[in-house]
Write a new protein. Structure first.
Lengths: 113, 298
């Protein structure tokens, strides 16, 4: 039994490798090896939509889904988070080379303003 | 009672300004990072308690000892009557309540923001990062810039970028992971949090800003100490040197200066503080917190 997280990864991978917006049915076909029920695919797509990773548009009687940003864009967002030296980012995660450089100490003053 | 309040006020201000600044500049914390971190926690807690209890004790002083006075004021307010206090004492109580609300508000705001950033980050990580077979629990983010970090919390994550695997050998990655696991295991994010909140409450007090910087440096020393024991000094310094040279901030002189201080401490570790002095540091930390507590409860 795959976890929800694994299913989300698989569905996102399917959306990222599709060129255009696709229907839930297309996703189900792309993941044919997993033998997922349509309702499962719709549930996962709904979760991803709530997380802001997927948008939905109406086309005729079906809904079409697409990823809001490319894989590379999301990786870049994570890297920005990880490299950002501002202290509130510092509270959120701890980098290996993570101390706040002296010249950025002024940024401490701007915190929460 | 006014004298007790004055004493607590002086005590609290002394901790917030000269004491914090002196401790931030001291060199011995590098020889006992855990003791220094305990002392910092005690200074933060005792400073806050002292300032708040000074305000309460002064404000209630016309009504006698603090505890019965507080009870009678709450009874009066509950019955819809104003307590018999003149303007200066009421002003002290209102200022104290405002400071307490501000401290608590900032702490809550910082916490909520931190948790939100982490949750979003973790969601994306779980979609994008792939497990690294060589180390259980570690994930690899497909990006050429070397960066290693952990996401603390109940559902913590340990992350290295593909750039790290390119510029370090496996033993060095192990040393990096040992360092990051120490942050996670000892919940260093919670150690830092009160000082982020203090710094945000009173950014105009230089001692508070120094405190935040000193505590951030100390948790890195502590994590380095554990990583050196679990891996080896050579692996950790090798990892720091290789990653430091390739880091995006490598051009900043402050970055390289901080990096060199850290490397020097790993290669030539300072002698640990003698046992008696370590005990003394912990005793002082306990006494600092006890002072305002005893003043209020006495």
């Amino acid at each position: 039994m795959p976890t929800l997280g694994e299913l989300e990864r698989a569905v996102m991978d399917a959306l990222w490798s599709a060129d255009a917006a696709v229907t839930a049915r297309d996703v189900q076909d792309a993941l044919a090896g997993r033998e997922l029920a349509t309702t499962t695919v719709l549930t996962v797509l709904g979760r991803l939509e709530r997380k802001g990773l997927v948008t939905r548009e109406r086309s005729g009687r079906a809904h079409r889904y697409r990823a809001t940003a490319s894989r590379a864009d999301h990786v870049a967002e994570l890297m920005r988070d990880a490299l950002d030296a501002t202290p509130d980012r510092g509270a959120a995660l701890a980098r290996f080379l993570g101390s706040i450089p002296d010249d950025e100490r002024a940024a401490l003053r701007d915190l929460l303003d | 009672m006014e004298l007790v309040a004055l004493g607590l006020l002086v005590f609290g201000v002394a901790l917030a300004e000269p004491v914090s600044r002196l401790l931030a500049r001291a060199r011995w914390p590098g020889r006992d990072p855990v003791g220094a971190l305990l002392l910092w926690q005690a200074i933060g807690l005792a400073g806050g308690l002292a300032l708040l209890s000074a305000g309460v004790i002064y404000g209630l002083s016309p009504l006698g000892a603090p505890r019965p006075a507080l009870e009678s004021v709450l009874d009066e307010l509950g019955a819809g009557r104003l307590p018999a206090l003149d303007v200066p004492h009421v002003v002290a109580l209102v200022l104290t309540a405002a400071l307490a609300a501000r401290l608590l508000g900032v702490l809550v705001a910082v916490t909520v923001r931190t948790l939100r950033v982490r949750a979003r980050h973790r969601e994306l990580l779980d979609l994008l990062a792939t497990p690294w077979p060589a180390a259980p629990g570690a994930r690899v983010l497909e990006h050429p810039v070397p960066v290693a970090y952990c996401l603390p919390g109940l559902r913590s994550r340990l992350v290295v970028s593909a750039g790290v695997l390119d510029c370090l050998d496996v033993d060095q990655v192990w040393a990096v992971l040992a360092h990051e696991r120490t942050h996670l295991r000892e919940r260093h994010d919670l150690v830092v949090l009160p000082f982020v909140a203090w710094g945000a409450t009173a950014p105009f007090v230089r001692g508070m800003v120094c405190a935040q910087f000193a505590v951030a440096t100390l948790i890195e020393m502590r994590a380095d100490d554990v990583a050196v024991r679990q891996a080896s000094p050579k692996q950790l310094s090798g990892a720091l040197g290789a990653m430091g040279g390739a880091a995006p901030a490598a051009a900043l002189s402050s970055f390289t200066a901080a990096l060199h201080r850290r490397l020097a401490r790993i290669v030539e570790p300072p002698a640990p503080l003698p046992l008696a002095l370590r005990a003394l540091v912990r005793l002082i930390a306990g006494v600092l917190v006890a002072v305002p507590l005893l003043a209020v409860l006495a």
